[in-house]
Ligand binder design. Structure first.
Ligand code: PFF
Length: 460
């Protein structure tokens, strides 16, 4: 192993310090998952009740896995496949499985990034009325050429940042985008809360409705947490591998989770009251989920805000663009690093190879909304994007998480990770962490997997 490690270390990228690592982790974590999935789930599962459950899970289970992945990366100085096989060749397959996840997610994530880019351009060029007009979203996503062009623009933007390197590209981009993102999220939340009727919506979001607590809520909170913290897909292993041994791992990981939680919370604070005002959620209306919330409901709400509509639309979509771009950059970086470690190609060549794959795979999935709309992989009305989202998030991520916990808890033994964390921090909670990884996490992950997959096998 020693030989392998030192060879890889030569060419490995590295963060300039702890802040860069925290910002990069937060930049990967904060994304579309925070901005549209969290508010939708919170509104569905009794507001404060969901938020509370999510916070507890994120700060116990989520943070434990985050620490495990980053420590594994830093211990081995390898991206995910190498990280597993360094310890045990037989477990290399978990690394391969984990690797497959970002390769599946990146193309469809960039398609949505393309939609966000299009909305921003339209807010600037055409104004709020045009974007809120009936049929705007449907008309756009069914156009094979325009959607493809915007997807490629978004991809090139992100690839460009990665091409500049870890220190000159990713770190610098995060340093600008992440603080701005936070400022915009606070600004829009305050603005939305000042609108007439918004406080009632905020109460709906914040006050826990204990009657909504159910196993279903816990499963959904867990699934959301995985996606939101970019867990079980090798990203955090790669990012950990770029971190210097002297930086405090446990504090950094807590900051990443904290940043992610704050943005999720703020997203709910801006979106739930806005949707509440528009849809009268209090009277039993339901909030649109996923794409239509962001691309149909919100533009309608903004349009009702008079003179401020265009500005608020622009600021909101800049925020979403930053969140989507920083997450996509982390996905591209992880895939590039995997190619680089596997082939020993240069970083540039690896990035180029991945870009070719990305543009081709994106074209295929994008066609699922137009030319290939007749393919309905998960039943009537579903598209290719839904299929790849389901495959990666609902099936592969829980499997990778389960195998990771077994690998660390029972094969290489937790001590290996605890020692790595202790290189740079005290890690007083090593005992509870071990119990989490060996016993609690595997049970929770199996529950997610069963809940996700059973309905597919036995539809109601
Ligand atoms: N965590 C991101 C989000 O919440 O949108 C999504 C994501 C980014 C998932 C990067 C996976 C990933 F590797």
């Amino acid at each position: 192993m020693a030989q392998h490690t030192s060879h890889a270390q030569h060419e490995r990228s590295a963060w300039s310090g702890k802040l860069a690592f925290i910002l990069a982790g937060a930049a990967s974590a904060v994304g579309l998952g925070n901005l549209w999935r969290f508010p939708t789930l919170a509104a569905k599962y009794g507001g404060g009740m969901f938020i509370l459950t999510y916070f507890i899970l994120a700060f116990t289970f989520g943070i434990s896995l985050l620490l495990l992945e980053t420590a594994l990366g830093r211990r081995t100085k390898q991206s995910v496949i190498g990280a597993y096989s360094t310890f045990n060749k037989k477990w290399k397959f978990v690394g391969i499985l984990a690797t497959a996840v970002p390769f599946i997610i990146t193309p469809y994530y960039c398609i949505i990034g393309g939609w966000v880019t299009k909305y921003l351009v339209s807010y600037v060029a055409e104004g709020a009325d045009a974007v809120a007009a009936e049929g705007f979203f449907g008309g756009f996503i069914t156009d094979p050429i325009f959607t493809y062009v915007f997807m490629v623009i978004f991809m090139l933007l992100c690839i460009g940042v990665c091409a500049l390197g870890v220190k000159n590209g990713i770190e610098k981009a995060n340093m600008v985008m992440m603080p701005l993102l936070l400022v915009m999220a606070v600004g829009i939340s305050i603005f939305v809360l000042m609108q007439p009727g918004a406080l009632e919506g905020a109460a709906y979001y914040l006050v826990p409705d204990f009657s909504k607590f159910s196993p279903d809520l816990v499963i959904n909170a867990l699934g959301q947490m995985f996606y939101s913290l970019s867990l079980a897909m090798g990203i955090m292993v790669t990012y950990g591998s770029y971190l210097d041994k002297k930086e405090n791992l446990s504090e950094s990981v807590a900051s990443i989770a904290g940043f992610d939680l704050v943005v999720s919370f703020l997203a709910g604070l801006m979106i739930v009251p806005a949707a509440f005002m528009a849809l009268g959620l209090g009277e039993g209306g339901t909030m649109a989920a996923g794409p239509s919330l962001m691309f149909v409901t919100l533009p309608t709400v903004f349009d009702g805000m008079g003179g401020a509509a265009q500005i608020i639309g622009i600021v909101f979509f800049v925020l979403v663009l930053f969140a989507a771009a920083t997450s996509a950059i982390s996905l591209i970086e992880a895939c590039t690093s995997i190619i680089q470690d596997g082939t020993h190609w240069s970083r540039g060549k690896s990035l180029f190879a991945f870009s070719v794959f990305l543009i081709a795979a994106g074209a295929f999935i994008n066609a699922g909304y137009n030319v290939l709309i007749w393919i309905e992989p998960l039943g009537p009305g579903t598209q290719l994007l839904d299929f790849f989202d389901f495959l990666s998030n609902s099936v592969m991520m829980p499997i990778v998480a389960l195998l990771t916990c077994i690998f660390v808890g029972w094969i290489i033994k937790p001590k290996e990770i605890i020692n790595e964390v202790r290189v740079s921090s005290k890690f007083k909670l090593a005992g509870p962490w071990t119990v989490m990884i060996k016993y609690i996490a595997p049970v929770l992950v199996i529950a997610i997997l069963v809940a996700n997959v059973l309905p597919m096998i036995f539809p109601a």
